[in-house]
Design a protein around this ligand. Structure first.
Ligand SMILES: [Zn+2]
Length: 429
């Protein structure tokens, strides 16, 4: 039994939590007994849930493993992650998703829910065994070719129809491939000045519009990964106004960073640390994404944690891999972009980083309100702390963060997974 003293649930009044046998047994004042942990007035949130994590295992264990990636998740306050399917081999069969699921059970510092590929080998030619993955021990409910777009409209339609049988969802990486051939950064004023091939907003927006229409046509669930443009927000707002079953995510980096960093930043011009898919966009896009996350047009924050080894990032811009790590900075970046700006309170953050992502992934036992009888999946967060981001302190195997040296607000103090601390005093247990 553990008693956590002096925490503020969703930033409310101070209270103590008694945790027993994996659940929150009691919430009250002056609780004692068992092992006592001083919460120090930290904000208590339901354990964070990430719908979009690249754990890289199997195949790229030089970048990340299930063990290091879930350590990174725990340090960031996460109690569950969805592991994307673009591994090697691709998670496109019951065998591979069960392998990832078992690795999570054995080595995971949080729950690991494998995402199944939509098409065999992510090749966009033939549907993968969606039903077999859904029926497997991993009980897959989220399917995505993330990293690539399911651009064939017939395949996308079939996938949306197929997942209805088991209440699954297709998570689309919206990128029209012909419009983004050789694309290096957001298409706009900065790409023009730098002479880099542009990545037009319409390449994302056209796929989102098409897929909203397809999902409505077949009456299925669509989730849109890493929305990055103001135009995408307008389309999603329109789809939701129709009552269609469409959800969307935004990454922390798209809520904070802009494409002019490619031209001018504290780490110089053309620094591939800012190379990411979808690309960083303009200030106007960032403002639209923040407003959409605040008003619920965009449902959740998902990290798109994309670890890469040094040699794949510290190279010339055109050759560098796309992606950023994000698990250990997500909550701080969301505080900076959304809480400090007055757009969200802590209850709003809990909805968008725990409750709703768990609902979209159809997880039970995650993303539940902190009340008596609920599973003790808890994140304790000190928003008054200030942290200079030091990638060498990351639990992730990779260091490709765009925030190195930046001072960000807040610090994860502790994380509990079904009552067991995975992080205490900011350190892995
Ligand atoms: Zn993606």
């Amino acid at each position: 039994m553990i008693v956590v003293k002096n925490v503020r649930i969703l930033g409310g009044e101070p209270a103590d939590l008694r945790i027993d046998q994996g659940v929150i047994a009691e919430i009250g004042q002056g609780l004692s007994g068992g092992e006592e942990i001083d919460g120090g007035g930290a904000v208590a949130l339901p354990g964070l849930v990430d719908l979009h994590t690249h754990l890289r295992e199997p195949g790229r264990e030089d970048a990340e493993t299930v063990q290091t990636g879930t350590r990174s998740a725990a340090r960031g306050g996460y109690t569950a992650v969805h592991a994307m399917a673009n591994t090697s081999p691709v998670a496109d069969t019951a065998g591979v998703v069960e392998q990832v699921w078992r690795l999570g059970r054995e080595f995971g510092h949080c729950d690991v829910h494998p995402v199944g590929a939509v098409t065999v080998g992510l090749e966009g030619r033939q549907l993968a065994e969606l039903g077999a993955m859904a029926d497997s021990a991993a009980r897959v409910r989220v399917f995505s070719d993330d990293g690539r777009c399911v651009d064939d409209a017939v395949l996308m339609r079939r996938a949306l129809e197929y997942v209805k049988a088991f209440d699954g969802v297709v998570a689309q990486h919206a990128q029209e491939p012909r419009l983004t051939e050789g694309a290096q950064m957001n298409e706009g004023v900065v790409s023009g000045r730098l002479g880099l091939t542009g990545w037009p907003a319409v390449a994302e927006e056209a796929i989102i519009a098409r897929d909203c229409l397809l999902a409505a046509h077949v009456g299925s669930r669509l989730h849109i990964c890493h929305v990055s443009t103001a135009g995408s927000v307008d389309i999603i707002r329109w789809a939701k106004s129709k009552g269609w079953d469409v959800t969307a995510e935004v990454t922390p980096h798209h809520l904070l960073l802009t494409d002019d960093l490619v031209e001018d930043s504290p780490v110089g011009a053309y620094n591939p640390i800012y190379k990411v898919n979808p690309p960083l966009r303009t200030r106007a896009d960032v403002e639209a994404l923040r407003a959409a996350l605040a008003d619920g047009t965009i449902d959740i924050v998902a990290t798109d944690h994309a670890p890469h080894p040094v040699e794949d990032k510290e190279t010339e811009w055109s050759a560098a891999a796309m992606g950023m790590v994000g698990l250990e900075t997500a909550l701080s970046v969301v505080q900076e972009a959304m809480v400090e700006t007055g757009l969200l309170d802590w209850a709003g953050v809990a909805q968008r980083m725990s409750v709703v992502p768990a609902r979209i992934g159809r997880l039970t036992g995650q993303g539940q309100p902190l009340e008596e009888g609920a599973p003790a999946n808890i994140t304790l967060y000190d928003p008054s702390a200030r942290t200079v981001v030091d990638p060498s302190a990351f639990a992730s195997k990779s260091r490709n963060t765009p925030y190195e040296g930046m001072t960000l607000p807040g610090r994860v103090v502790a994380t509990f997974l079904r009552g067991r601390p995975t992080v205490l005093e900011g350190k892995l247990v």
